[in-house]
Ligand binder design. Structure first.
Ligand SMILES: [Zn+2]
Length: 62
């Protein structure tokens, strides 16, 4: 459903790798640290899972 984009899997999508988001809570938009990547701009969750899956596949039956 989602169109293909050029965003790498390691780039945090909510903040587009900037590490910051604009929060409009309270009616006043302000810049906050992205909670998904802790401001690093790198999204490490899926990559870590992929590595673990790879290890499992290799360690499983051939
Ligand atoms: Zn982020």
């Amino acid at each position: 459903m989602a169109p293909k984009d050029t965003t790498p899997d390691t780039q945090c999508r909510p903040c587009r790798g900037t590490g910051r988001l604009i929060s409009g809570l309270g009616g006043t938009p302000r810049e906050v640290t992205c909670p998904w990547c802790a401001g690093t701009g790198q999204f490490q969750g899926p990559e870590a899972n992929a590595q673990e899956s790879g290890i499992r596949l290799r360690g499983g039956q051939a």
